[in-house]
Design a protein around this ligand. Structure first.
Ligand SMILES: Nc1ncnc2c1ncn2[C@@H]1O[C@H](COP(=O)(O)OP(=O)(O)OP(=O)(O)O)[C@@H](O)[C@H]1O
Length: 753
């Protein structure tokens, strides 16, 4: 076994990575110069002098501390709010989170990734070197989590259709590409005149006299023109492609960020429909990367070509000029008819997407209830409507295309007829007439393309409308909000005159005048199903904003605190734990940096190691989309693992042992006792009264979103038992009278943690 392998084995065996990896690691100071480089990359402004002093102080005060601890000291000395460090092995590090510091070849260096994916290391002497990922495998990374930048969501200051504005703002952020495209288009259109002049010269000069020398000169000229035309068109298309890719990247990222920060209660009920709405961005990208920009830039040249036709062919110019208003009227009518139709069609398509997602997710329930026919009928009904819209939309588009084609041919015929008259009058040569018909083609092309693009634009504008609806949904924090970054961990969480209703629900699901949870309290929420226990926990976790009233975390309003800080202190275990595509490890360490040793220790204590015991992949056990591959109880363990790894100050656990067997439940309760610190706040919702008796220092009984009783278990539980007779007021959790006699309560409540 090599030294490296030994170190890897130590890490995998759960020993503290910082302590065991390379004896020199914790003695190694964090060099101020490298830290400064990292701060610069992360837009954190720090005076070099102050940084050097802070680093020296850290070296003096912490002789044997892990790098993350050293950094915390430095950050504290420099009063850097919200900047936290995590330390982990490179092989476990998500590279998208670069830049970071890496301990490699016995020293700390800055590691970053270029746009081409190349990793670069910069040491404190400022020397940069490229490295391949393989050699870094066992190195230790120190990664800094910084508070989110608030100006990112400035798009939401845009007025009107935000989605459209967003696309245009991104498109015209730099105008250089537009200038390039306009210049290229102007040259391409001038070159097009050369083709008609070539034809004119050939018919008028070469054909009558068979002047081959002239023909050779003309052909050489045409060859040069064609090459230039090819080159310009290729460059123009590439430029537009790269612009539309950049716009797509920026816009889709902003929309995605908005979706991930949506205020949960403003989310539409059908998530499939929401996904389809966002997916509409694709058609926007395709539209802008198609020839629409060229068609737009080409449009004014229709007038230029008409002018040339008028110069060469006199009255023939009028024929093409007459074509323009007719085409414009046709385009306007088509657009108007398409708009409503496309809107209805798109809404139905989104609905169909929503249904599909629902059916795929609920496949087991559908089979078990033999409800296929119901969804099949619904699918058929929506598809029939979409097909009907589709047929009507195609008919309108085809009408526009065919009519434009016929109009163009009619214009061509008219131009020839007028041309013949001109030839008869001696005003026009044969070659000039041919040149005019070639130029006529250049007038017709952008006009008919324009009408086609108008139809496409209607679908794009509907897609932008849909995306706009998503962007208009409330975000969890406002873009211009000056978020609080409290340094102290909160010592309480409280509700003041809170009322809450889920969106589109006429019922108030929570109504609480005042409720405070103080440091050290172990609270158990009891109540019948639907009495509002989960809703209370979600409001306390800051997942849902109360419709009225305030949630206070310590002294501050929870909704005014940076969400990163909130999630540092508050952890919530939902009733239904959602797992994501990836591995067991990535699902446990969902929030990012977690050291291997911590992960392994928690897995052991919660019994998660039993999941991995049967898998040859260990922690890299694959999890598919939606968490397929684990049982209900196993999912719950993973959810608990996430909370334990977060080590919060406020633990909000929604029925933490509902899907667990007795043995696992005991293991979880023991882990809770071991990990919830004396001054942490623990709030558990449960239907198991024995759990209340065992864990609680305070019991709250909920009914219809209100507090029915609140006090010590030995006072509240017996009262509830007395009220137990009328079925209507009996919380469903209190169904085991045996486990509820006062002796048990007294005995169990001695065990509170
Ligand atoms: N997403 C939602 N949209 C609308 N109403 C909801 C939503 N979630 C819950 N509700 C309603 O809010 C009320 C309280 O639900 P909640 O989940 O908080 O109850 P609970 O006490 O946790 O129930 P249980 O013990 O079954 O978990 C119920 O009437 C429920 O119908």
């Amino acid at each position: 076994m090599t030294d490296m392998q030994k170190k890897a084995a130590q890490l995998d065996s759960g020993e503290d990575s910082s302590a065991k990896f390379d004896g020199s690691l914790q003695e190694q100071p964090l060099p101020a110069k490298v830290l400064k480089l990292l701060f610069e990359r992360l837009d954190i402004s720090v005076q070099m002098g102050a940084l050097i002093q802070a680093c020296e102080q850290a070296d003096k005060s912490l002789t044997d501390a892990a790098p993350a601890k050293r950094f915390s000291f430095i950050a504290h000395t420099l009063k850097l709010q919200g900047v936290q460090a995590a330390q982990l092995r490179w092989s476990r590090f998500d590279q998208r989170r670069l830049p970071a510091l890496i301990f490699y070849q016995g020293k700390w260096q800055l590691i970053e990734q270029g746009s081409d994916g190349q990793l670069t290391l910069t040491d404190d002497a400022g020397e940069c070197r490229d490295f391949s990922e393989e050699v870094l495998e066992e190195a230790i990374v120190l990664w800094l989590r910084t508070p989110p930048k608030q100006e990112q969501s400035s798009i939401f200051s845009l007025k009107g259709n935000i989605a459209a504005r967003l696309v245009f703002t991104e498109m015209f952020k730099t105008r250089r590409w537009l200038v390039d495209i306009i210049i290229a288009t102007v040259i391409i259109n001038f070159l097009a005149v050369a083709t008609s002049i070539f034809a004119m010269q050939v018919y008028d000069r070469v054909v009558p006299t068979l002047a081959y020398a002239t023909l050779t000169t003309l052909v050489t000229g045409m060859f040069i023109v064609l090459s230039l035309d090819w080159l310009l068109k290729t460059v123009r298309a590439r430029t537009l492609d790269s612009v539309s890719c950049a716009v797509d990247k920026a816009v889709s990222q902003q929309v995605f960020d908005h979706v991930t920060h949506l205020q949960l209660d403003s989310r539409p009920r059908s998530l499939g429909t929401l996904a389809a709405q966002v997916g509409g961005l694709d058609s926007v990208r395709q539209f802008f990367s198609s020839g629409v920009v060229f068609a737009l830039v080409d449009m004014p040249f229709a007038l230029f070509f008409i002018a040339i036709i008028a110069i060469i062919g006199g009255h023939i110019g009028w024929v093409y000029l007459a074509l323009l208003p007719v085409a414009a009227i046709l385009g306007w009518i088509t657009q108007k008819r398409l708009r409503r139709l496309l809107k209805a069609q798109m809404m139905r398509s989104n609905e169909r997407q929503g249904l599909l997602v629902d059916v795929i997710q609920g496949a087991e329930s559908i089979r078990a209830s033999n409800a296929n026919w119901r969804f099949s009928t619904q699918w058929q009904e929506i598809t029939t409507t979409i097909s009907r819209y589709n047929i009507r939309q195609k008919a309108i588009s085809n009408f526009a295309t065919v009519t434009t084609g016929s109009l163009s041919t009619a214009a061509y015929v008219c131009a020839i007829v007028v041309g013949v008259g001109q030839i008869e009058a001696g005003n026009l040569t044969m070659g000039a007439l041919i040149a005019c018909s070639i130029l006529g083609g250049r007038v017709i092309a952008p006009v008919s393309q324009g009408i086609q693009y108008l139809s496409q634009w209607q679908s794009v504008s509907q897609a932008l409308d849909m995306v706009n609806q998503v962007l208009l949904l409330d975000s969890e924090r406002h873009a211009d909000q000056n978020l609080l970054l409290p340094e102290q961990a909160p010592d309480s969480v409280a509700l003041d005159a809170v009322s809450f209703s889920y969106p589109e629900s006429p019922v108030r699901q929570l109504k609480i005048d005042t409720l405070t949870f103080k440091a050290g309290e172990r609270v158990v929420l009891l109540g019948a199903i639907g009495s509002g226990k989960s809703t209370l926990l979600k409001v306390l976790a800051g997942l849902y904003r109360p419709s009225e009233g305030r949630v206070r975390l310590g002294d501050a309003d929870l909704w005014e605190i940076d969400p990163n800080i909130v999630s540092d202190h508050v952890s919530y275990l939902p009733q239904n734990v959602h797992l994501f595509k990836g591995t067991l490890r990535s699902n446990l360490a969902l929030s990012g940096a977690v050291s291997d040793s911590h992960l392994l220790q928690i897995s052991k204590e919660l019994g998660i190691e039993r999941i991995v015991a049967d898998s040859p992949m260990g922690m890299d056990l694959a999890i598919s989309e939606g968490g397929e591959g684990l049982s209900g109880g196993q999912k719950q363990l993973v959810g608990l693992g996430r909370v334990f790894l977060a080590q919060p100050k406020i633990w909000l656990l929604d029925e933490p042992t509902a899907s667990l067997d007795n043995e696992s439940e005991q293991q979880i309760l023991a882990a809770i006792s071991a990990h919830v610190k004396a001054d942490d706040i623990l709030i558990i919702s449960t239907h198991k009264p024995a759990l209340a008796a065992r864990l609680a220092s305070r019991v709250i009984i909920m009914q219809r979103g209100e507090i029915l009783a609140d006090g010590k278990p030995e006072t509240v539980l017996p009262k509830i038992m007395q009220r137990n007779t009328p079925a209507a007021t009996k919380p469903s959790g209190l169904r085991t009278p045996k486990s509820f006699n006062q002796d048990v309560i007294k005995k169990e409540s001695n065990n509170v943690i």
